[in-house]
Design a protein around this ligand. Structure first.
Ligand code: ATP
Length: 322
């Protein structure tokens, strides 16, 4: 194996650059040249490849976002477009590809592998919503950023005895809400996976106030409701409270990756190169029980479902319920 390409695809996530850097350095360690593909699968089809060296990735390691840029390119689901990418890779004398992204991006890696071009995935998404793996690159940073914002909000909430509803990212997965909510000591966490009663949340907050709490926090995943609608419905049942809503939005996507995101990204980037050298393809990497694990793209994505840490959700519910 002489040449590997690496791309980032789907939503950006802090730590993607650390994974790119590990691919570059592990490649160099084995005498393999590494090419960055710019703008995900779009760049692959257009042949937007540039050779990456240590100097290109050294600084990026600690930065959020993706130095390779990302793009949504739904056309890549078409067989003729995939063949164009295959031809571009062959023309550039590239032997294998590392794809850093979410499960949609892994489908592209699988399509190339089926065409006879080995490709392997690394889970990069702040949502932590990929089946099989317990962890995705970017999740830890997103939770830390959300938590920092919630802590700041709680300072002002306390000063005015307010109730704050804080909307965090997570259209289909409530992981960010659960982890940030538990860490912040939220009075209620509202996620797409679990049904909720507004009366129950109001009751829980009132009980907290009766126990002497200065303020109340409700962490809401975006997939459940828009924060303004939620606040309106909540306020209608809790006229005695001063309620405010805030959406943290893209703040959760940026920022320097945490040590955990960088370390796991580094482990996965290096392992991806090793796997390709061993002839493995059509798989993606992940974490199970704190250890690196490999997952077959077809098997895992078609059979497994992402598992939210329900134990943490229940813990938070119990701690705030009398
Ligand atoms: P996230 O949703 O976490 O941001 P993702 O990788 O799941 O990440 P998608 O928008 O689903 O994001 O996919 C990213 C890109 O992967 C798409 O724009 C497209 O180029 C490619 N892709 C998605 N689905 C397929 C598919 N079925 N076949 C081939 N390529 C695909």
């Amino acid at each position: 194996m002489k040449r590997i390409a690496v791309l980032t695809s789907g939503g950006d996530a802090p730590g993607m650059n650390a994974a790119v850097r590990a691919v570059v350095e592990q490649g160099a360690h084995h005498g393999i040249e590494v090419y960055g593909v710019y703008y995900g699968y779009k760049g692959l089809v257009e042949g937007d490849f540039r050779k990456l060296e240590s100097k290109d990735t050294q600084h990026a390691l600690k930065l959020g976002g993706t130095m390779l840029y990302s793009a949504r390119f739904p056309e890549f689901a078409q067989a003729d477009i995939q063949k164009q990418a295959f031809d571009q890779l062959k023309k550039a004398d590239i032997d294998a590809l590392v794809v850093i992204g979410g499960d949609g991006s892994f489908q592209g890696a699988l399509a190339l592998t089926k065409l006879g071009f080995p490709a392997i995935g690394i889970p990069g998404t702040i949502d932590n919503d990929i089946p099989g793996t317990e962890y995705t690159i970017g999740f830890d940073t997103a939770v830390s950023s959300a938590l920092e914002a919630i802590d700041r909000i709680s300072d002002t909430a306390a000063s005015h005895n307010r109730t704050f509803v804080i909307e965090v990212m997570g259209r289909h997965a409530g992981d960010i809400a659960v982890w940030a909510g538990v860490a912040a000591g939220a009075d209620a966490i509202v996620i797409p996976e679990n049904a909720y009663e507004m009366e129950d949340i109001v009751h829980r907050v009132r009980q907290g106030r009766e126990r002497g709490k200065d303020y109340s926090l409700i962490v809401l995943a975006e997939g459940v409701s828009n924060v303004d609608d939620f606040v309106e419905k909540y306020q209608a049942l809790a006229a005695e409270q001063e309620v405010r809503g805030v959406s943290l939005s893209h703040i959760q996507r940026g920022g320097m990756p945490t040590s955990r995101d960088r370390v796991y990204a580094t482990l996965m980037g290096a392992r991806a190169v090793d796997c390709l050298r061993e002839g493995k393809a059509g798989i993606y990497l992940g974490i199970q029980g704190e250890q690196l694990a490999e997952f077959d793209i077809i098997d895992t994505l078609s059979k497994a479902k992402h598992k939210l840490r329900q134990d943490l959700f229940i813990l938070n519910r119990d701690l705030t319920q009398r």
